[in-house]
Design a protein. Structure first.
Length: 520
């Protein structure tokens, strides 16, 4: 077990601080480093979904806000899930299955990816695993305590709202157990609901806003459902459309996971079905319920309001690893070691490509360097969407360079450490923006996330204000997985030749350019 935990840690540390922060990570850091009063205001009015993570990160950032330091909290949550999964697997299927599941999670590329992001997802997986572990302990031990189950599930909901889907999954699985303790479970579920009501109320209010936080999510399709299991099986999500080589490396882990899950179901069938009515007969239904029920509920809701996003269902990664381990245990004894070895080898195949991506993904660092190199006194700049300015300021400070000699016209200058309004995703464009633009001969437009409808409207409005008097004379693009950053230089009509003649040459080696890396 110590070896599995050490392996998980060693796999999650390489290039931890190399890859550029992206908008969501900057939001995490910007929110967490606010003073407590302002942080609570953000939780109440802007983002209540990951409030527990922001509170933990607030204390953690006393160690530093550099990329590697901020992401290390997620690494530790990811590593802590390995022994938690072992403890759950030991109760459900024995110590060998628990250890196999722990090893499979340690090398899982999708879990590894989110262990290297300053976001709440690995904390969600840890709390969801503990919630199920405490449920099993409360159900199967005489007079087992229920308060740990209530606590872990409630904290999970304050980490991510989708943790609430554990309740229907657990309830359905309990139906497969003889003499299920329904009174204690329903009382505990009611306590969880009562504790989570403030978060639910805030989230509903947030979703009613015109620019709802999930307005960018497309409607689900068979492809998106297939992508969920592609990722959960162990493929890192560094490309929307994997190349042929990535597919060839990713198919073995998916095939191994599917084959071993089928072996688990076949083994249960040989033993007389799922054992309904026996004390341990609810173990396999519990894993199946945790894997299928949350995804099924989200898929049904998404037919009306799209919310089906693979990373929001990351907690299903542990029941899938356990189901795979149960499949290994159902094989003949002499073949189990070889099956586990092959499954681990298949999971390791996509990892070198993922690490290459981490080593070269620096779109915001490179875009900041290009803007600092190209800016002249009197230049103006507009960042769409607004947190791009925070990313620019972060990397400007990290470079140790003096502020660029340009005036940022949008968003208005605020310090997010004292003013939570600086974190607003898309503040209203000022009415006098056209007048402000007209005072500058050159203007830099920094675009990202302009493929989404609400941010595209702002981008179109800015370009309409530029069109009568300005022309684009240079464009650079910095592609990464999460964001495609475009840096556009506009010059006043009639002065294009002078502006273009003195513009800096493109620094092709300064960071990823279009076509170098997959983007989203």
């Amino acid at each position: 077990m110590a070896g599995a935990s050490a392996l998980a840690l060693l796999l999650r540390l390489p290039w931890l601080g190399h890859s550029s922060l992206w908008l969501d990570e900057m939001w995490s850091i910007g929110t967490a480093r606010l003073p407590w009063r302002a942080l609570i205001r953000v939780m109440l009015h802007q983002d209540s979904n990951a409030s527990l993570y922001y509170a933990l990160l607030h204390g953690w950032l006393r160690l530093g806000a550099e990329e590697g330091t901020a992401r290390l909290l997620s690494v530790l949550a990811g590593v802590a899930t390995v022994p938690a999964l072992y403890a759950l697997g030991k109760r459900l299927a024995g110590p060998r299955a628990g250890l196999a599941a722990a090893l499979l999670l340690a090398v899982n590329g999708y879990h590894l990816q989110f262990s290297q992001e300053a976001r709440a997802y690995t904390l969600l997986v840890l709390l969801a695993t503990l919630s199920t572990l405490f449920l099993v302990r409360a159900v199967e031990e005489p007079r087992g305590p229920w308060w740990p189950y209530v606590l872990a599930t409630s904290l999970g909901i304050y980490t991510h709202a989708f943790a609430g889907l554990l309740l229907p999954a657990h309830a359905l699985a309990l139906g497969a157990r003889r003499r299920a303790p329904w009174r204690a479970f329903l009382a505990s579920a009611a306590a969880v609901v009562a504790l989570a009501l403030p978060a639910a109320w805030l989230l509903v209010a947030r979703m009613r806003e015109p620019n709802a936080p999930l307005g960018w999510v497309p409607r689900p399709s068979p492809r998106s459902v297939g992508a969920l299991f592609w990722f959960l099986s162990g493929n890192p999500g560094v490309a929307d459309a994997p190349s042929r080589g990535e597919l060839l490396l990713g198919v073995p882990v998916l095939a191994a996971c599917a084959a071993l899950c089928l072996a688990a179901l076949a083994g249960a069938a040989r033993r007389g079905g799922l054992g309904r009515g026996t004390p341990s007969g609810w173990h396999l239904p519990l894993l199946l319920s945790l894997l299928i029920v949350p995804a099924g509920i989200v898929l049904a809701v998404s037919l009306r309001m799209p919310i089906f996003v693979s990373k929001y269902l990351l907690a299903a990664i542990t029941p899938l690893a356990l189901l795979t381990a149960v499949g290994i245990e159902s094989l003949p004894r002499r073949t189990r070691g070889a099956a586990l070895g092959l499954a681990l080898a298949a999971a390791a195949l996509p990892l070198p490509g993922y690490y290459r991506f981490r080593a070269h993904n620096e779109e915001w660092r490179a875009a900041t360097r290009a803007l600092l190199d190209g800016a002249r006194p009197g230049d103006g700049a507009i960042f769409l969407v607004a947190p791009g300015r925070l990313l620019f300021e972060h990397y400007r400070r990290a470079s140790g360079r003096a502020p660029a000699e340009l005036q940022v016209l949008y968003p208005p200058e605020r310090d997010e450490r004292t003013d939570p309004a600086a974190l607003a995703y898309l503040p209203e464009l000022p009415k006098d923006l056209a007048e402000e633009i007209a005072r500058h001969d050159r203007l830099w437009l920094v675009l990202f996330h302009d493929e989404f409808e609400h941010s595209a409207r702002a981008s179109q409005a800015v370009r309409a204000a530029l069109a009568p008097r300005y022309s684009s004379i240079e464009e650079r693009r910095f592609d990464g997985f999460h964001e495609r950053v475009r840096l556009l230089l506009y010059a006043r009509a009639g002065r294009q030749a002078r502006a273009a003649g003195s513009a800096p040459e493109r620094e092709q080696g300064g960071g990823p350019v279009a076509g170098d890396l997959p983007g989203r």
